[in-house]
Write a protein that binds this ligand. Sequence first.
Ligand SMILES: Nc1ncnc2c1ncn2[C@@H]1O[C@H](COP(=O)(O)OP(=O)(O)OP(=O)(O)O)[C@@H](O)[C@H]1O
Ligand SMILES: [Mg+2]
Length: 313
Amino acid sequence: MMYDVVAIGNPVYDIIITPFVRSKGRVLSGCSVNALLALRRLGFNRVALIGSIGKDYLYKIKEDLRNFGIRNFALIEADTTCGFELVYDEKGDRTLKVLGLGSKITSHDIPDEYLKAKYIILGPVLYEIDYSLIEYVATASDAKVLLDPQGLTRRIGKDGFIEHFCDCRSLRRVAQYLDFIKPNEKESLFITGEVDPFRAAKLLVEWGAEVGIVTLAERGSVAFDGELFYRVPAYRTVAVDPTGAGDVYAGALIAGLLEGYHLPEALLLASAAASIKVEHCGPTFPVTRAEAERRYYAIRPSLEVYESPPGNY
Ligand SMILES: Nc1ncnc2c1ncn2[C@@H]1O[C@H](COP(=O)(O)OP(=O)(O)OP(=O)(O)O)[C@@H](O)[C@H]1O
Ligand SMILES: [Mg+2]
C-alpha cells in the first residue's frame, strides 16, 4: 500500500483532569494517534502508526485503533504503556505526571513500505524518537516530514513530574531535514529563546526547516515559509480539554496539504479542526469535514499575511 501519512510516536493512555472534565480511567491519546484520528475523520484512509505499547494495553490498543479506522500499525512491545496524568488549572496551564514510559523507537521498527509515505509525522511524547532516528527517517524517505518537538522538550523530573528540557543544539542540527517544525508557545521559547513567535518561526526556517509554525492555543498560531509570515486565527470556543489540540492541528494541516491546499489554507484548516478537539475529552472528538470547513470559512477573513515579522506579540 502507498500510504498518505505515517505517524511515528508512542501512543499513550492518559488520565486527564481539567476544571471541566475528568477522563474515565486512562484514555487513548498521543501526538501520533490524535493526528491520525484527525486525518481519518477528514477522509484519509491510507494512514499507519508506529509506536510502542505495554503488554497491558496491547489488546486494547488494537481494538481501539481498528474501531477508529486505523488498520495499519507497527506496534513495538514494551514493558509499560506510556501515559501521563495531566492536570489543568483555570488558566489552562498543566502539570504532567508519568504513568508509564513505553520504549524507544529505532530504525528497525520502521517497515520499509512506511518510508514510502507522502508525509511522515514525527510526534514523540517522551523522547522515544531520538535525533538520529529523525535524521534516518528524513534521509531514508522522500516523504515530507513534520516534527512536533513536544517529546524532545521534556524529561522526567522530581517525583515523576515532567519538566522542560531540550538538547537544543541537536534539534537545531536536524532542522535541515525537516519540512515542518511545530512547537507550541512554551516549546518554541525553550527551543529558540525567542519570545516573539514570528521571530521564532523565522529562526526555525533559518536553521533549515521549510516551514516554522508556532501554536499559541486560543490565540491561534503563526507560521513562516521562508517568504511570508502568517498569523492564523483560532476559532473562538470553550476549551473543555485542550489536550491534543496541537496533534489534531498537525493531522489536519497535512490533510489540507494532501487535499492540494496552499500553506495558509492548510493552516486555517488545521486551526479549525483543532478547535473542535478542545471541546471534547478523549479520542472520540467529532472532527468532520463539514464542521472543519464551516469553521475554516469563519476564520479565513481574519488570516493576516506579512512580509516581515509584525513585532506586536
Ligand atoms: N482554546 C482554544 N480555542 C480555539 N482553538 C484552540 C484552543 N486551544 C488550541 N486551539 C487550536 O489548536 C492549536 C494548537 O493548540 P496549542 O498551542 O495548545 O497546542 P499544544 O500545546 O501543542 O497542544 P497539545 O500538546 O495538548 O496537543 C492552536 O494553534 C489553535 O489553532
Ligand atoms: Mg503539543
